[in-house]
Ligand binder design. Structure first.
Ligand SMILES: Nc1ncnc2c1ncn2[C@@H]1O[C@H](COP(=O)(O)OP(=O)(O)OP(=O)(O)O)[C@@H](O)[C@H]1O
Length: 705
């Protein structure tokens, strides 16, 4: 029995010796196969790790439509993210010959160069320590000199890398901003497709603060995109090169065991990573809401001050601030514990694995590997340790870049939301909460319809419904026609749809049915009760939206502008304010009446076919009102006027009278007759008010008599 077991042991020993011998002979080939397999594995797991993380929506970021208010957008590093990113990448890197592509190539070249330098420095490190251990001063100083020399390209490369990264961020931002502004403001005469800035704010609920998206979010997106490339490309390259080098030094076997351990812990870390992408998107949204609340206060400061609304405004601002801070605190807490877990695993756990790996060639005899002296072993240990630290740092950065990628996903979703919404505005696809009556029966049918808009000299509405953006039907079917030169007066109670008619004429609101015949929107000028005054000089206010160059091209001089101002008796303003080229916040510098007069001067400068006057004379005296109306008529401008002032009737030929219940009357306006009727009506109403008093007196007299 004992002989049998000795025989078996001997057999096993022989088999092991044979295996070791065969392995030693074929080790170079095995190593090569393992190396290639290892590199492929690292590449595969790195990218799988970056892409395959399932969407983990936070309680606020559940699946659903992306609204800027209420629900947070769906954000994860998933297929949707990569689709969105690919679309934006086509914008920011328009071609392989673009400036951005060139910058990326330069960046990539520098990244490779920097890794090569790091590899060289790792080897040099080992050599320096080996020369110390071997007590060879000349070799030691020669290596130190090489160390100093390599510092020159190393620092040069690092500076260039950060310079190019920042340049890339600016280039991306510029491309995106240009595309977004082109869509947002469109071209001057684009018709129904344009005016995206108006539609986003009025006809759609998805974006409440486009300003923040165009300025802040695009900037953050561009910075993250520029950073992600170096945060991802460099460590991935490092992981491959360092590990390849390491596997050459310590043998691929140990490295594979190490990788299995690293990957297992990395998978664990990934599982517990909070959804940073959704957090970023929500942060941006909440910051936008707070900014919006502040800008509203600045805009309506006078109104709030007179209403003594400070406390209420403070409450509103504090509410928005608290919501933002609550969220930021939550994110901070999650970042804190995640940071601990991340550093513990990446730096310390992986570091200890690495040290063990470096010790393998010292403690164990690897078949096929040559025997080394103390100096070479020390050199190998120092080089390998440095390579390992760099490799684990690189792998750690690949892991960290998941966090960056999540944040990029957050900003990508914001930018995509902006791009998608703008595209939808151009195609008249709106997402707006509708009033309940708009969702069923006849109303829903009407809202599904679309009318036609045709070009014409005159204005004609043929069975056109007037519908507000939230589906409220103000007039079911409106028909009227005015010829050029026939001034139209529009009257009716508040909220009946007087201004809405102008919004349809200006191409701002969709036409849900019938036919609208009208000149292009460029033939209309609107003067609202509170006219728009742009940023710029006094001249700019009168000629808006023309520039000084356009004005001169039209052969108009400052003197002509002065004559125009004299019509509205405002020629004095030029001298008073310090000339035509003075720039001010004109909303504050001019009184309400003067602002209206400037808007009329603008009308006389442009001389369009039609003027839309929405309570445009409410702040000027009656004599000035008449003067302006007569001058407009003399210039051949047809007036479409909304006004409650009977003094304006005499300047109009037709009247469109809404009853406020969805009905209307369109007829000739005989101002004198209407005025007489109005006076008679008022007299009767006054008399009627006296009746109860007369009745009471009569009762008294009856009692007394
Ligand atoms: N952007 C918008 N989104 C939703 N509803 C709107 C919008 N603009 C106007 N409305 C609604 O459309 C209705 C008609 O508004 P419109 O401005 O035409 O009234 P109006 O007849 O001019 O009233 P007023 O004499 O008070 O100015 C109102 O109920 C208003 O709330």
């Amino acid at each position: 029995m004992a002989v049998l077991s000795t025989l078996r042991r001997q057999q096993l020993k022989d088999q092991l010796a044979l295996f070791t011998k065969t392995y030693s002979t074929h080790r170079p080939l095995v190593q090569r196969i393992l190396n290639i397999g290892f590199v492929l594995y690292v590449l595969g797991t790195t990218f799988r790790g970056l892409s395959a993380r399932p969407a983990k929506p936070s309680s606020r970021a559940k699946k659903g439509s992306e609204k800027d208010t209420g629900k947070a957008p769906r954000v994860a590093v998933d297929a949707v993210f990569y689709q969105r990113l690919a679309r934006i990448l086509r914008i920011v890197i328009p071609g392989i010959r673009s400036k951005e592509a060139l910058l990326l190539v330069m960046h990539s070249g520098l990244l490779v160069f920097r890794t090569a330098i790091s590899l060289y420095v790792a080897a040099l490190d080992g050599k320096i320590v080996a020369s110390l251990v071997r007590a060879r001063p000349l070799e030691f100083f020669w290596n130190i000199l090489r160390w100093l020399l390599v510092a020159v390209p190393a620092t040069w490369t690092n500076s260039w890398l950060s310079y190019i990264q920042n340049k890339l961020a600016i280039a991306y931002r510029t491309r995106l901003t240009q595309v977004v502004l082109k869509e947002y403001l469109g071209e001057e005469n684009e018709g129904a497709q344009g005016k995206v800035y108006y539609k986003l704010a009025n006809l759609d609920d998805r974006i409440k603060n486009a300003d923040q998206m165009i300025t802040h979010d695009i900037q953050r997106f561009s910075a993250h995109l520029a950073a992600i490339y170096s945060n991802l490309a460099k460590p991935t390259l490092d992981v491959i090169l360092y590990n390849y080098q390491l596997s050459q030094n310590v043998g691929a076997e140990g490295l594979i065991i190490l990788t299995v351990l690293v990957q297992t812990t990395a998978a664990l870390l990934r599982r517990v990573t909070p959804p940073f992408g959704a957090y970023t998107a929500l942060s941006a949204q909440l910051a936008g809401q707070l900014r919006h609340a502040h800008s509203r206060l600045a805009e309506f400061a006078e109104e709030v001050a007179f209403l003594r609304g400070e406390n209420m405004e403070k409450l509103l601002l504090q509410r928005d601030y608290a919501t933002l801070i609550l969220h930021e605190r939550k994110v901070l807490r999650r970042r804190w514990w995640f940071g601990c877990a991340e550093e513990g695993i990446v730096k310390w756990l992986w570091g200890s694995f690495g040290l063990v790996l470096c010790a393998i060639p010292v403690f164990f005899k690897i078949p096929g590997a040559e025997n080394l002296d103390l100096g070479s072993r020390t050199e190998g240990f120092v080089t390998n340790r440095r390579l390992l630290l760099s490799a684990s740092d690189a792998f750690g950065r690949v892991m960290y870049s998941y966090k960056d990628l999540s944040e990029l996903a957050g900003y990508t979703s914001r930018v995509s939301l902006l791009l998608d919404s703008m595209q939808d505005m151009r195609k008249s696809r709106f997402e707006k909460a509708m009033v309940s009556s708009a969702l069923t029966g006849e109303n829903a049918k009407l809202l599904r319809g679309r009318g036609n808009v045709m070009m014409s000299e005159d204005i004609e509405f043929e069975n056109v419904p007037i519908v507000t953006p939230n589906g409220d039907i103000l007039v079911r079917s409106l028909s009227f026609r005015i010829k050029h030169g026939q001034h139209l007066l529009i009257v009716g109670p508040n909220g009946c749809g007087k201004s809405s008619l102008f919004r349809i004429l200006g191409g701002l609101w969709p036409v849900y049915g019938g036919i609208v015949r009208k000149p292009p929107a460029s033939e209309f000028i609107l003067i609202p009760q509170r006219p728009y005054l742009s940023l710029g000089t006094l001249r700019d206010q009168v000629i808006y939206p023309h520039s000084k160059e356009t004005m001169e091209e039209r052969g108009i001089t400052d003197n002509d502008l002065l004559n125009i101002l004299s019509v509205v008796q405002m020629e004095g303003v030029v001298e008073r304010e310090g000339g035509w080229d003075v720039a001010r916040e004109w909303r504050d510098a001019l009184s309400g009446g003067d602002q209206q007069k400037i808007a009329w001067a603008r009308l006389f400068y442009h001389q369009p076919k039609y003027a839309v006057l929405d309570e445009a004379t409410s702040l000027v005296p009656p004599d000035m009102e008449g003067r302006m109306m007569e001058h407009a008529t003399k210039l051949g401008i047809t007036l479409l006027t909304v006004s409650h002032r009977p003094s304006l009737w005499k300047y109009h030929h037709m009247i469109l009278h809404y009853d406020g219940q969805g009905g209307y009357v369109f007829t000739k306006l005989d101002a004198e007759k209407r005025l007489a009727l109005q006076q008679e009506k008022q007299a009767l109403e006054t008399k009627l008010l006296e009746v109860p008093k007369m009745r009471a007196r009569l009762a008294e007299l009856r009692a007394l008599a």
